[in-house]
Write a protein that binds this ligand. Structure first.
Ligand code: NAD
Ligand code: IPM
Ligand code: MN
Length: 368
């Protein structure tokens, strides 16, 4: 029997709650398709800070490197937000593992499941047919630039008094833009053949380089793909005015972070948006949302983004397309049966169809 080792990183907030449902679905897939998934938990984020003072312990990185794939839930929370300058933050664990594993491509598929057309805050005719892939650069830009904060600098306060100054730098190297552009064009070839490259080339030097490099890669290797440039502010608007017209959207790290949360709302909830973080070695799968401190510990979080991230793992890391299809079909069946978590209800959802995290995960697992 084939065995896959999965390094599980539950993290913080709703993380452990949704991770349990991801594992439940993996167990169901294993049983049906005759493979073993060996899931071992490791510490990351706030949980790791509490246990050993380090948001990304060396043992976690080692376990991740030795695994066939990494499944992450979410990190962060108010508990670790208000600490003294320089104190470790949960998010450093996530950024650290992305960087260490070289996960420069983050794929965030935005699809509207037909039964959820009424769950979005946008009109059904606007979201009808939405099916886009956000390709977010994940290991460069502002997230990994130089940064510094000065607490007492002359002239930084009002009226020439001393005060604080801080900066973050936004840098990209040509090869980083080239490789993410290729990922976007490759994705487009398997889809509807269109790429929208989102930048701020009217203001930022990095964006002007981004645009030039994307076009060079396009003209040399992907002339069959239809490429358009969209300025990021306009893209934010078009994402909600004509979302169905986007196919692949490629953009730098920070723009991709913001636009993907916006796009998630097309699907009804951030709790529906899965993602895959890919590099040249072991890959990591993570919902696009965070640790949802406002609902953590109540057993009501939507586990579907986590479960759909498992689907992406089966497809991208294990080449188990049949199993991935089965997970997707099970999610569709659950939604077709009218079952919902609190974040994706609409005015017509009867109370007895509103499930908690555990019951939703079980409903999906039973249909595999
Ligand atoms: P968030 O994504 O955690 O939550 C935003 C809103 O969406 C909240 O109202 C939350 O209840 C809701 N939501 C998110 N996921 C949901 C789910 N599965 N089911 C139902 N509702 C869901 O963003 P935030 O509140 O801005 O950030 C909270 C913490 O999470 C911060 O510490 C942040 O750094 C961290 N964060 C972590 C990740 C990650 O680990 N990948 C991603 C984003 C934010
Ligand atoms: C995400 C999150 C992370 C990011 C944070 C928690 C560092 O918002 O995965 O989208 O900004 O990349
Ligand atoms: Mn985000």
């Amino acid at each position: 029997k084939k065995t896959y080792t999965i390094c599980c990183l539950p993290g913080d907030g709703i993380g452990p709650e949704i991770m349990a449902e991801g594992k439940k679905v993996l167990a169901a897939v294993g049983a049906r398709f005759g493979v073993d998934f060996s899931c071992d938990d490791a510490l990351i984020g706030g949980a790791a800070i509490d246990a050993c003072g380090d948001p990304l312990p060396a043992a976690t990185l080692e376990a991740a490197r030795a695994s066939d794939a990494v499944l992450l839930a979410a990190v962060g929370g108010p508990k670790w937000d208000a600490t003294e300058p320089g104190a470790p933050r949960p998010e450093q664990g996530l950024l650290g593992i992305r960087k260490e594993l070289g996960l420069y491509t983050n794929l965030r598929p935005v699809q509207v499941f037909a039964p959820l057309a009424g769950a979005s805050t946008l009109r059904p005719e606007v979201i009808d047919g939405v099916d886009m892939m956000i390709v977010r650069e994940l290991t460069g830009g502002l997230y990994f630039g130089r940064r510094e904060r000065f607490y007492n600098e002359e002239g930084a306060g009002a009226n020439g008094t001393s005060g604080q100054r801080a900066y973050d730098t936004l840098e990209y190297r040509e090869f980083e833009v080239e490789r993410i552009a290729r990922q976007a064009f490759e994705a487009a070839r398997k889809r509807r053949g269109r790429v929208a490259s989102v930048d701020k080339a009217n203001v930022l030097e990095t964006s002007r380089m981004w645009r030039e490099v994307v076009h060079r890669v396009h003209d040399a290797e992907y002339a069959d793909i239809e490429l358009e440039d969209v300025l990021v502010d306009n893209a934010a608007m078009q994402l909600i005015s004509r979302p169905a017209e986007f196919d692949v959207v490629v953009t730098e790290n920070m723009f991709g972070d913001i636009l993907s949360d916006e796009a998630a709302q097309l699907t009804g909830s951030l709790g529906m948006l899965a993602s895959a973080s890919l590099g040249d070695g072991v890959a990591l799968y993570e919902p696009s949302h965070g640790s949802a401190p406002d609902i953590a510990g109540r057993g009501i979080a939507n586990p579907l983004a986590q479960i759909l991230s498992v689907e992406m793992m089966l497809r991208c890391s294990f080449n188990m397309d049949d199993a991935a299809d089965a997970v997707r079909a099970a999610v569709v069946a659950v939604l077709d049966d009218g079952l919902r978590t609190g974040d994706i209800v609409d005015g017509k959802t009867p109370r007895d169809k509103v499930l908690g995290t555990d019951a939703m995960g079980t409903a999906v697992a039973q249909r595999i």
